[in-house]
Design a protein around this ligand. Structure first.
Ligand SMILES: NC(=O)c1ccc[n+]([C@@H]2O[C@H](COP(=O)([O-])OP(=O)(O)OC[C@H]3O[C@@H](n4cnc5c(N)ncnc54)[C@H](OP(=O)(O)O)[C@@H]3O)[C@@H](O)[C@H]2O)c1
Length: 337
């Protein structure tokens, strides 16, 4: 079967097209013909070696959806022909996170989805929402679940609360969609007025251009009648944390998710979190059970992930470079030929 793998090249990794043998199934495994994958910023981090992870020889991408084409002897969760997606952490089924999950993350420590077919324990897959295409469902495992888990299970979102999302990438646009569906007032920042306009058509209540308004946290604070925001999906990291803390409401929650401004130390006092009786939740995607809850919500509310652009399997490199350009809105997808 055809697959891409990452190969070490000049302190980074390059995407190389490869042929892999098709392995026989163990009794608890399923074989999935991949129909579509999606990219996350994490895939750029791995390919550009920004976090020092060793991924030589690894098939990349955590996110993909496809059709079950073979099942092992003891499989009960799926039948032939069912539509499934892989879990980012295939062994995190439910409950609290265990550090051992870091030994099993798709496209990181184990092979990912950028291949014609994948095999794995049936426990590491979920049925995809009936209302979604394969391309749409391929957007869910990392970006979708991260936004969902941050707001619900960990953020304990309550009716009437407000949400701030930073930028208009994968996680943030899911945050906007879930927030709007939950009835939240959702505020959005972006470097692009055109992207902000699009978020307003999707239900964003207020928007700020963080390039034109460098002190965007003050504007956000004003837009909440000087109350601050209840939930912030913090995808920026060290370069934005101080501002997020500044525009957080009393008793608010910051979901610490991303590293778009790098892996350095934030230059900020944490004391305002104390003064605000706030919570800072480290978030790392979510469990299979949370994935299933999210899928039920997506189906019930007929939510469709926002896909910016679809690339062919042969254009995987172009898809990576497009994500890197940050010109996208929502998700970048690769459709299998
Ligand atoms: N912890 C987890 O479980 C988890 C899961 C998923 C993602 N992440 C992390 O979360 C971050 C976002 O991931 P993603 O896949 O959604 O990324 P993405 O789709 O590549 O998002 C890129 C967008 O982020 C916005 N952005 C960039 N720098 C920004 C800044 N300084 N302030 C505000 N917005 C900024 C830009 O939006 P505009 O063009 O609108 O300005 C850019 O287009 C990444 O750091 C990723 O590693 C973590």
């Amino acid at each position: 079967m055809k697959a891409y793998e990452l190969q070490a090249f000049e302190k980074q990794y390059r995407l190389v097209f490869s042929e892999r043998p098709s392995k026989p199934l163990k009794e608890d495994e399923i074989r999935v013909r991949v129909k579509a994958c999606s990219l996350n910023y994490r895939d750029l981090v791995n390919q550009k070696n920004l976090a020092g992870r060793k991924v030589d020889g690894r098939i990349p991408l955590s996110d993909g959806a496809g059709e079950v084409v073979e099942i092992g002897a003891t499989v009960t969760r799926f039948k032939l022909g069912e539509r499934v997606a892989g879990c980012f952490f295939p062994k995190w089924i439910d409950g609290p996170f265990l550090m051992s999950n870091h030994q099993n993350d798709l496209g990181g420590t184990i092979d990912g989805m950028l291949a014609e077919e994948v095999i794995g324990s049936e426990q590491g897959f979920v049925s995809i929402p009936k209302n979604l295409t394969y391309e749409e469902a391929a957007c869910l495992p990392c970006a979708g679940l991260t936004a969902w888990y941050a707001l619900t299970a960990r953020g304990n979102y309550q009716s009437g609360q407000s949400i701030l999302v930073l930028g208009t990438g994968g996680v943030s646009i899911f945050g906007l969609q879930f927030g709007v569906a939950l009835g939240a007032k959702v505020l959005v920042t972006s470097s692009s007025d055109a992207k902000l306009e699009r978020t307003r058509t999707m239900g964003a209540s207020a928007t700020v251009n963080y390039k034109l308004t460098p002190a965007w946290e003050k504007e956000i604070f004003q837009l909440t009648e000087k109350r601050g925001v209840d939930h912030i999906l913090e995808v920026g990291g060290p370069g934005t944390l101080e501002k997020s803390i500044a525009c957080l409401a009393a008793n608010g929650t910051i979901a610490l998710i991303g590293v778009l401004t790098g892996f350095g130390s934030p230059n900020t006092s944490l004391f305002p979190l104390v003064a605000k009786n706030a919570r800072l939740n480290g978030i790392y995607v979510g469990s299979r059970v949370e994935f299933e809850k999210m899928n039920a919500f997506i189906e019930a509310r007929n939510i469709h992930p926002i896909i910016d652009k679809v690339f062919a399997f042969s254009q995987a490199e172009e898809a990576y470079r497009y994500l890197e350009s940050a010109s996208h809105f929502g998700k970048v997808v690769i459709k299998m030929d």
